[in-house]
Ligand binder design. Structure first.
Ligand code: FAD
Length: 471
């Protein structure tokens, strides 16, 4: 491809990760066509700068940051190019968000097969991280539902990949953190639904052993399983919390399916009781975001979860609970938050998480939120999944705790590795090159680097995460 570069570097801006715990100044470009992506590559090569793709910037860590380099903001490439409600096939530009996608397909009786806990993420970002949902144990990561994608390589070549065609790149670019090329269009198959509602079983678990057993036992009989863990509880209460296990309704179970699938019955209301704007809620949460406040909130939530019950909930409400309070992450204050998500085999999870949670309490650095899921392995190159569970823990960062927290998370890394665990590159911000080598294996890293040499011989695609983990 020939490039006619008229771009110039005049948009230097400070960008942050989702958790507002990291900052990096970059030159930001908003391409609207694949050709413009190549123009940015040419400019980068001329100026000796690196390039990182950014979707919605919802990664908790430095995956979409590129200090001193160029950020390729793909949010303007956000057209749903084709949608066939008969077959459930959709072709999108990479900047299409999950919000746009479900709102387009849901009224015709379809739902994205895998979604993240927020609907604000873009498809390009979701493929690059190969996101998992609350159904990972059954449906695998999002990559397993991609039929085809096209991508622009830094060489200017535009390639098409399917599980059969250019299969090595298909399985490496999905999960490849935007380090091999830039997705320019994505074709996926949606999942059939017969109602706008789901049936949710909610019940308490009183310790870690019960918690993990509930995830394990409920997975075979439910479409989705997720646990909330009170990570402030210690001693014999470690691991207590609540499980939500849900099923899509079958065809006969919702006589008003057309009605429940209407968008008005799905979208999350912007106001509480129709009056108070939810966008202001994080200001009221802020004073509680200290150890004692969070302990109180978690304890109250646990007590409120003691009732076992079944209820019906819209798809959007079940999947995107974290979107209920817009900008909730701002409640963590100036230093922001770090999310640490570890994936552990089912045999070692209990002992390891018990030790990690106890260590966080000894250090007076408790996690403020804990979320658990059940997983199964997949065959993508930089996979984070395994036959076991994940626990995502949110930690508040302050100037006073940053160094100690970082030390503790590195200790967590050692405990997870010893237990045969894995990490997720969209979340953790501490994973070192050594830790990545240990869980991915020498052979995988070598293969990734070989593919990188083939797709990106001048090493244009680099992010802060890439430099931290792969260099
Ligand atoms: C509240 C919340 C809940 C979440 N819940 C989940 C969850 O349940 N499961 C889960 O797996 N993850 C979850 N995440 C993480 C999130 O899904 C991933 O970080 C996802 O990658 C973010 O998408 P994004 O569009 O914001 O991408 P960004 O954060 O902007 O980028 C992520 C990566 O994708 C690359 N990239 C972006 N666009 C392209 C493109 N077009 N081509 C190539 N590379 C590209 C970037 O370079 C970067 O490496 C959650 C995040 C938040 C904030």
């Amino acid at each position: 491809m020939e490039a006619n570069t008229t771009l110039s570097l005049n948009s230097f801006t400070q960008l942050e990760n989702f958790g507002h715990s990291l900052r990096a100044p970059s030159y930001r470009f908003h391409p609207t066509r694949a050709e413009e992506i190549f123009e940015v590559f040419c400019l980068a090569e001329k100026m000796g700068l690196s390039v990182t793709a950014r979707g919605a910037g919802k990664s908790y860590n430095d995956a979409a940051l590129n200090g001193g380099g160029i950020l390729l903001d793909l949010s303007a490439m956000n057209q749903i190019l084709e949608w066939d409600p008969a077959s459930g096939l959709v072709r999108c530009e990479p900047g299409v968000t999950l919000e746009q996608l479900w709102q387009r397909v849901e009224p015709s009786g379809w739902w994205p097969p895998v979604v993240s806990g927020t609907m604000k993420t873009t498809l390009g970002g979701c493929l690059a991280a190969n996101i998992h949902g609350k159904n990972n144990f059954q449906k695998g990561p999002i990559g397993e539902h991609v039929l085809e994608f096209t991508a622009m390589l830094p060489t200017g070549e535009q390639i098409t990949c399917t599980p059969e065609k250019n299969a090595d790149l298909f399985y490496a670019m999905i999960s490849g953190l935007g380090m091999l090329g830039i997705f320019t269009s994505i074709t996926m198959k949606m999942k059939r639904i017969h109602s706008g509602l789901m049936s949710v079983d909610a019940f308490p678990v009183h310790n870690l052993n019960q918690h993990l057993r509930a995830l394990l036992d409920n997975a075979p009989t439910h479409d989705y399983v997720v646990g909330w863990m009170d990570t402030t509880a210690g001693g014999k209460n470690i691991g207590r919390g609540q499980i939500h296990a849900s099923n899509n309704l079958k065809e006969v179970e919702d006589p008003n399916a057309q009605e429940t699938m209407r968008l008005e019955n799905q979208t999350l209301p912007p106001r509480i009781f129709g009056v108070f704007p939810k966008s202001l809620l994080h200001y009221f949460m802020s004073p509680f975001m200290i150890n004692i406040g969070v302990w109180g909130v978690n304890t109250a939530k646990y007590v409120a979860s003691l009732r076992t019950h079944t209820f019906r909930q819209s798809h959007a409400a079940f999947h995107f609970l974290l979107d209920y309070v817009p900008n909730w992450e701002l409640a963590y204050g100036r230093g922001g938050l770090i999310q640490y998500q570890s994936f552990l085999p089912k045999e070692t999870a209990e002992e390891t998480w018990r030790a990690m949670i106890a260590l966080s309490h000894r250090n007076r650095l408790p996690s403020y939120l804990g979320v658990t899921k059940r997983h199964r392995p997949d065959k993508f190159l930089l996979t984070h999944a395994l036959d076991g569970f994940s626990l995502a823990m949110d930690f508040k960062v302050t100037d006073g705790t940053r160094a100690k927290l970082s030390q503790m998370l590195q200790e967590f890394d050692r405990m997870v590795l010893k237990a045969g665990g894995r990490f997720y590159f969209a979340k953790n911000s501490e994973t070192s090159a050594e830790a990545a080598r240990a869980f991915l294996g020498e052979e995988t890293i070598l293969k990734f680097k070989e593919l990188k040499k083939r797709c990106d011989p001048s090493n244009l695609l680099e992010s802060d995460l890439f430099r931290r983990v792969f260099e």
